[in-house]
Design a protein around this ligand. Sequence first.
Ligand code: FES
Length: 175
Amino acid sequence: MAKKAAKSNGSSTAPATAATPSEVAALAVCARHGNKPDELLEIFHELQHQLGYVPEATLPVISKALNRSRAEVYGVLTFYHEFRRHPAGKHVVKICRAEACQSMGTDALCDHAERSLRTKLGGTTSDGAVTIEQVFCLGNCALSPAIMVGEKLYGKVDPKRFDEIIGSLEKEAAE
Ligand code: FES
């Protein structure tokens, strides 16, 4: 009798096992969410909160734990800008690109930030000091364009002010 071909979605039916601390963390987070596939976004958020980013090495264990294909899990991770796939720099600078900030010149501000820091949005400076990320509304629309550095919010940020803010971070690091 011919064997039936097993249907595969890219994941295995074997239980997920973890070897590294980030894989252990990923499995624990999945377990806290009952290994529910529809809680994948919450799982990524929690993992990023815990590790600072979502290491790609955790995707195979997450896919196994949730019984979703790796491609599906990877697709979700890369679709949402708020998930980091690499460790962030010492300072994370979030630049708002939502409507109010758009109308007040955030595109020019982003271009300036990328040029002056020599990295793209989502990237980190070569010295690991600053990561720049785009976000969509910081709740500071009346003072657009807005940015956030760590937990501190800044409004009406033009390229000159941006440079001053970054300069103060560098100064602070040198002290
Ligand atoms: S649109 Fe930028 S802070 Fe709200």
